[in-house]
Ligand binder design. Structure first.
Ligand SMILES: [Ca+2]
Length: 104
């Protein structure tokens, strides 16, 4: 009986783990490495892709394009860094919130 209960708990834990992995893999703007957080590492990945030292998957490109212009470049990395530093409140589409546009 204990083995059956343990087996059920193990299956539930595995399913929950898989669910969280698939949730974590969903496209969150700016989370290029899909770790669930938007950090400087994500900006670094964008810069590496821009310089050709790494390749991004199509899902990563979608997450990296935080300027929503269909391109991934250093401006996307800058916007991610501005978000990480708290200079902008959101990585939503530009013009979505007052004060979130990049002013350099
Ligand atoms: Ca990340």
């Amino acid at each position: 009986m204990k083995k059956a209960l343990l087996s059920i708990l193990l299956v539930v834990a595995l399913v929950a783990g898989l669910a969280s992995v698939s949730f974590g893999a969903s496209q969150k703007a700016g989370d290029v490495d899909f770790d669930g957080l938007v950090t400087a590492e994500d900006a670094l990945l964008v810069l590496r892709a821009t310089s050709g030292t790494t390749n991004l998957s199509s899902a990563q490109i979608s997450a990296a394009d935080v300027t929503y212009d269909g391109k991934v470049n250093s401006v996307d990395a800058l916007r991610i860094l501005l978000y990480v530093c708290g200079s902008i409140n959101s990585l939503d589409k530009l013009g979505g919130e007052e004060g979130d546009d990049i002013i350099i």
